[in-house]
Design a protein around this ligand. Structure first.
Ligand code: 5IU
Length: 266
């Protein structure tokens, strides 16, 4: 008699890309759909923040180009924390150029993102060449790519036929594209793309600069797999409080997991 496959086993089976499987396995192991957006601008504070929230997350999202004292020791230490706490590293680079240029931006420069970031993302705007350029660098390193199908900010132009074209593009590159940054589930169950959603907050609705927040419950109800939370957890860097960040991370982890487990009957 065949035993019925569980929710995660089923989804893991559908993934062509190894990093997509790693994300799902990490979510399952840690019972966390929380990605903390660690948008601090100094190495010391960033690493302290990541170490504090690490136990509660499946993923850490970075913007390495905002770090004033970036060096390669930082990414070495990030990798150590990723192993210590069991999370995936996502550099939110938002590539947007032609294939040849993005392959250089991904592999080279000061940051050499492909060498240390498990996942990165790109706009679909330039067409398939952007995916091919990034794939040329990232596929052999076991990396995965997310396409920006929608954005959380007010007045975003990534809607309608643009969003649909992003989904079609992802379908043509299932070896490398693992899913989307989006505000709701995209694609059908055969695709089984991962959906990562920024613009998540429990206490406020916006930031006065166009950001729009929904609760973990709301975005899980819309079909997300991973909630991306920045300032709701980190607070402001000027008054950084790492104990507070850890307790907020736990609060968001629990809110997200409760909604996710209930939606998917886990
Ligand atoms: N981010 C968004 N919205 C988007 C995309 C990325 O907020 O549509 I694509 C990033 C920006 C920031 C983080 O790094 O996610 C959200 O941070 P806050 O939770 O602090 O707003």
């Amino acid at each position: 008699q065949r035993t019925e496959m569980g929710y995660f086993e089923q989804r893991i089976c559908l993934q062509q890309n190894k990093m997509a499987r790693t994300v799902l396995e990490t979510v399952q192991r840690k019972q966390s759909i929380l990605c903390v957006s660690a948008d601090f601008t100094t190495k010391d504070k960033l690493l302290k923040l990541v170490d504090a929230v690490g136990p509660h997350v499946c993923m850490i999202k970075t913007h390495v180009d905002i770090i004033s004292d970036f060096d390669h020791d930082l990414v070495t230490q990030l990798a150590t924390l990723s192993a210590k706490h069991d999370f995936v590293i996502f550099e939110d680079r938002k590539f947007a150029d032609i294939g040849n240029t993005v392959s250089l931006q991904y592999s080279s420069g000061v940051h050499r993102i492909a060498d240390w970031s498990h996942i990165t993302n790109a706009h679909a705007l330039p067409g398939d060449g952007i995916v091919n350029g990034l794939k040329k660098v990232g596929l052999d390193k076991g990396r995965g790519l997310l396409l920006l199908a929608e954005m959380s900010s007010a007045g975003s132009l990534a809607v309608g036929s643009y969003t649909q074209a992003s989904v079609d593009m992802a379908r043509r590159h299932k070896d490398f594209v693992i899913g989307f940054i989006a505000q709701r589930k995209l694609g059908d169950s055969d695709d089984d793309f991962l959906i990562l959603t920024p613009g998540v907050g429990l206490d406020v609705k916006g930031d006065g600069m166009g950001q729009q927040y929904r609760t973990p419950q709301e975005v899980v109800d819309a079909g997300t797999d991973v909630t991306i939370v920045g300032r709701g957890i980190t607070g402001s860097e000027a008054t950084a409080d790492f104990d507070k960040a850890a307790s907020e991370a736990l609060r968001y982890k629990q809110a997200g997991w409760e909604a996710f487990a209930s939606r998917h009957k886990l």
